[in-house]
Write a protein that binds this ligand. Sequence first.
Ligand SMILES: Nc1ncnc2c1ncn2[C@@H]1O[C@H](COP(=O)(O)OP(=O)(O)OP(=O)(O)O)[C@@H](O)[C@H]1O
Ligand SMILES: [Mg+2]
Length: 247
Amino acid sequence: MSQPSEVILEGERVTKYFGGSAALKDVSFQVTRGEILGLIGPNGAGKTTLLNVVNGVLPPSGGTVRLRGRTITGLRPHAVARLGVARVSQSPRPFTSMTVLENVAVGALFGGQDRGSKASTALEQAESTLRFMGLHDKRHLPVRSLTLQEKKMIELARALATRPEVTLIDEVMSGLNPAEIEESMRLIRRVRDELKVTIVWVEHVMRAIMGTAERVMVLNYGQVIAMGTPDEVARDQAVIDAYLGRG
Ligand SMILES: Nc1ncnc2c1ncn2[C@@H]1O[C@H](COP(=O)(O)OP(=O)(O)OP(=O)(O)O)[C@@H](O)[C@H]1O
Ligand SMILES: [Mg+2]
């Protein structure tokens, strides 16, 4: 068994320049196995860029990313996925002509650690993930017929079907009504509790992140301005000034 306090993912002075401006500057963080870490901050703060650097979509300009103590900086996304890190994008890009089940099975087949698993195994994994998420009834629908929120949940299902150890989630709650937010919060907790997935979760819906994450990291202009429990960051004057106080 792993120790409860094991650091599964960490960044050390991660820096990313786009032209002359730094989207991330010396961002250091540690994610403990089994936790839900919230990542918040104003638009353009660097949240998506940080996820992109962690999962290999973007090479950093400086700094190091480690997974289970192993340096993964500069690995390509498929290699990072194979090591157990899944990603849910801010803008879902499913295969719209394929069914829900096929989309999730593609994740299971190509995305994860069990590379080379048989198509039948991938389908079973996709079925059980959709059942877990309460989407099994929709499995034969073409993805194009789904709402944006359902498409985002399909992205999450596709990520989970790879059986990741860590999942990076980028904004799945925007545009939801309060009941849907509650339901999605419960789902994310179940992903952690029942599937034992460590979660790094970018979200602007504060109620959701503050009610779900154990710790919250706050980025502003590419720098970490706070890291702590939801209560701690909500009371932090720098966080209030930069983000929370703006309504
Ligand atoms: N591929 C890119 N090329 C150039 N600049 C980029 C690129 N991606 C992001 N940026 C810039 O980097 C900064 C951080 O952007 P990022 O998308 O990471 O912010 P964010 O915190 O995710 O914002 P949001 O909450 O709006 O999604 C912004 O100034 C953005 O314009
Ligand atoms: Mg973003």
